[in-house]
Design a protein around this ligand. Structure first.
Ligand code: PEP
Ligand code: MN
Length: 349
């Protein structure tokens, strides 16, 4: 850290700060300018709190110069991480799309959605079996039966599965049915859950918390990585701001910021990021253009009757069209996207 002393700080004050830093294990390099003294502190304890130094008399400001996360930081793996799920690679050249309903509702619903998203080029089927709903009276998901239906529908279409784990007690069950375990926004700082997922050998899709800073998000990823699980995929899903025209504010700028700070792949969720079906495609296009490694998108064959998040779920024809647009955008920034046969059906809606 760098400690900037106040103008007019006394020698005794400077000595007191140096003494504290040395006691914390730092090597201190002093630079005396015309107006003030600047102390560069190198090494030291991981636990050293800049705020403790800031409280000392004569200190104007303390600036931290290294990130508090290590394993998640770009410098730990400068070439970037590619998370492999069978033949699907997230973080490589290809932009990977995960799609499907918000929640698994019935066999017919999830099978129809799986067929539709597969046809359009998705590689991973999404669907919640345990739903974190704001109200306890809303549909909570089908539980294990939902997972069974999701897995079956995915296998039928040769898709991978991503589904949300809400609690430590569900980890074993989720791991049995899904290829990627989603940690939802509300659980981003459930440190007990993150530690448990650190012991798994399955990729974790870590959504950004509703009001989390990028640093807090990367520290949550650090919990999983520190437990020994190297496969974390970050997901920007919108944060809460003062703007309420959209459900959340999708922070597209988080994509290049995370790319610089971390080696972990990052995808975007324009469905929860906007909450409105008509805003999903523009934000999905923007996310890919900004360098996202993938997208997770809610698609439902009858969204007007969906049991959750119908307003933000795309009709299959809209999803088809979006995929076709992404096939134009991705190559423009040196990426590719699945070119499975796309049947151009009516794009009426
Ligand atoms: C979801 O993916 O359906 C979901 C609840 O997401 P989030 O945790 O981002 O709200
Ligand atoms: Mn949802």
């Amino acid at each position: 850290m760098v400690v900037v002393m106040a103008e007019g700080a006394t020698d005794a004050q400077v000595e007191q700060v140096v003494g504290q830093l040395v006691a914390m294990g730092f090597d201190v390099h002093r630079s005396t300018g015309a107006a003030r003294v600047i102390l560069g502190a190198v090494g030291g304890s991981e636990r050293a709190e800049p705020a403790l130094i800031e409280l000392l008399d004569g200190v104007r400001e303390v600036v931290r110069i290294t990130e508090p996360y290590k394993l998640a930081s770009r410098s730990f793996r400068p070439e970037g991480t590619v998370v492999t799920i069978g033949d699907v690679r997230i973080g490589g050249d290809e932009v990977v799309v995960m799609a499907g309903p918000c929640a698994v509702e019935s066999e017919a619903q999830v099978r129809a959605a799986a067929a539709a998203v597969k046809r359009a080029g998705a590689k991973i089927l999404r669907g919640g079996a345990f739903k974190p709903r704001s109200s306890p009276y809303s549909f909570q998901g089908l539980g294990e039966e939902g997972l069974r239906l999701l897995r079956w529908a995915a296998d039928e279409q040769n898709l991978k599965v991503v589904s949300e784990v809400m609690d430590v007690a569900q980890v074993e069950l989720l791991a049995r049915y899904s290829d990627v375990m989603q940690v939802g926004a509300r659980n981003m700082q459930n440190f007990t859950l993150l530690r448990e997922l650190g012991h798994l050998r399955k990729p974790i899709l870590l959504k950004r918390g509703i009001a989390a800073t990028i640093e807090e998000w990367l520290l949550s990823a650090e919990y999983v990585l520190a437990g020994g699980n190297p496969d974390v995929i970050l997901c920007e899903r919108g944060i809460r701001t003062f703007e309420n025209y959209t459900r959340n504010t999708l922070d597209i700028s988080a994509i290049p910021v995370v790319k610089k700070l971390s080696h972990l792949p990052i995808i975007a969720d324009p469905s929860h990021g906007t909450g409105r079906r008509d805003k999903v495609a523009p934000m999905a296009r923007a996310a890919v253009a900004a360098g996202a490694d993938g997208l997770i998108i809610e698609v439902h064959c009858d969204p007007d009757h969906a049991l959750s998040d119908g307003a933000q779920s795309l009709f299959p024809a809209q999803f088809d069209r979006l995929m076709a647009e992404l096939r134009i955008i991705a190559p423009a920034i040196g990426r590719s996207i699945c070119v499975e046969p796309v049947t151009r059906r009516g794009w009426a809606r």
